[in-house]
Design a protein around this ligand. Structure first.
Ligand code: G4P
Length: 319
């Protein structure tokens, strides 16, 4: 199953960003430090390509600190890009953000030439929480369901420093299958758009390889070379009493436990992807997508020929 989730209001956000970007000096992109590559919106990269970008790895308190350093180094090596890590417990993140924006656009930030910053991110990445901290009030509603922030707002962060907030936005088609699973596990995608069991299996598949000790500590399951995502999910279900009549394991319940506890950081600090892994997934996803497009084009061509909307290629060549 490929996970897809693109409610209509996200098209409006896309349109609003493409209008607003004309008068913006720096784009702040909030990423989830547990899945930086997967939480980066490729559509946003397209819309904001002409502007310097500050990547904020948010929820760093939940992520593996060593992998966060890899991501920071990766982003800081890109042109016109800076990266910082952040978490909701920081009481005064404004100075960190303002300094990083000044480094990206040193000529802006005066009363005559104010710094105009656009802040974007996928749903549930922590944008409302950050803005509440920046403004010192509960200006926007936070919650664990994707897509609660809906209204664009302008915030004056300091003299000569304006911040435009945008609603959380995903992109119409997620071509990297693993990103779909990681986004669903993190809570960025509404729960009706995916199967918990499938997402939990994919999550366990990564955890078995990357953080087996976290699984053993949390669920007292034995991870051996023979362990698979299915056997571990069953073990967790058994250990947590998710058992149906006749001793069958309630896999749905077990999956919900795994996803919920990952989100709550009950398994410890975990990052689901490194820059190199994500680059590999992206390349494979793009290849598959290109093949899919070739097939689609061939079907469309056959349809047009069948209904005589266009001539056969040999006729076009005058054969
Ligand atoms: P959004 O506007 O981008 O959609 O996200 P929002 O601020 O609503 O945050 C989504 C959830 O992520 C909230 O948790 C919020 O507390 C949590 N969160 C935001 N930033 C951080 C962070 O840096 N670290 C950690 N650990 N959590 C963060 P919730 O469970 O929905 O609500 P609650 O915990 O505030 O009750």
């Amino acid at each position: 199953m490929a996970i897809q989730w693109f409610p209509g209001h996200m098209y409006l956000t896309q349109k609003a960003i493409s209008e607003r970007i004309k008068e913006i000096d720096v784009v702040i992109e909030l990423l989830d430090a547990r899945l930086p590559g997967s939480s980066a919106n490729p559509k946003l990269a397209e819309l904001t390509a002409s502007r310097p970008t500050l990547k904020v790895l948010n929820k760093q308190d939940l992520a593996d600190p060593l992998v966060t350093q890899l991501w920071l180094a990766h982003y800081n090596a890109l042109p016109s890009t800076r990266a910082i890590e952040l978490d909701a417990s920081e009481t005064a993140p404004a100075r960190k953000l303002i300094d990083a924006c000044h480094a990206l656009a040193p000529l802006r930030g005066s009363m005559v030439k104010p710094m105009r910053v656009l802040i974007c991110g996928i749903p549930n990445v922590g944008k409302s929480t950050l803005i509440n901290t920046l403004t010192g009030k509960r200006a926007t509603k936070t919650g664990d369901e994707a897509g609660i922030t809906k209204i664009e707002q302008r915030i004056v962060l300091a003299d000569g420093f304006y911040l435009w907030d945008t609603p959380g936005m995903l992109w119409p088609r997620i071509i990297v299958a693993q990103s779909g699973y990681n986004l669903a596990a993190s809570g960025a995608i509404g729960r009706n758009a995916f199967s918990e069991e499938e997402v939990a299996l994919e999550l366990l598949n990564l955890l078995i390889k990357k953080y087996p000790a976290a699984l053993t500590d949390r669920y007292k399951v034995n991870i051996t070379p023979e362990s698979t995502d299915e056997t571990v999910l069953e073990d967790i279900g058994r250990k947590r009493g998710a058992v149906l009549p006749k001793g069958r394991i309630n896999l749905q319940k077990a999956a919900e436990i795994v996803i919920y506890e990952f989100r709550q950081s009950a398994l410890g600090r975990i990052t689901l992807e490194t820059p190199d892994e994500f680059a590999g997934w992206l390349a494979a996803g793009q290849l598959l997508d290109a093949e899919r497009q070739v097939k689609k084009d061939a079907i469309e061509m056959a349809r047009l020929i069948k209904f005589k909307k266009i001539a056969r290629p040999e006729k076009l060549r005058g054969a």
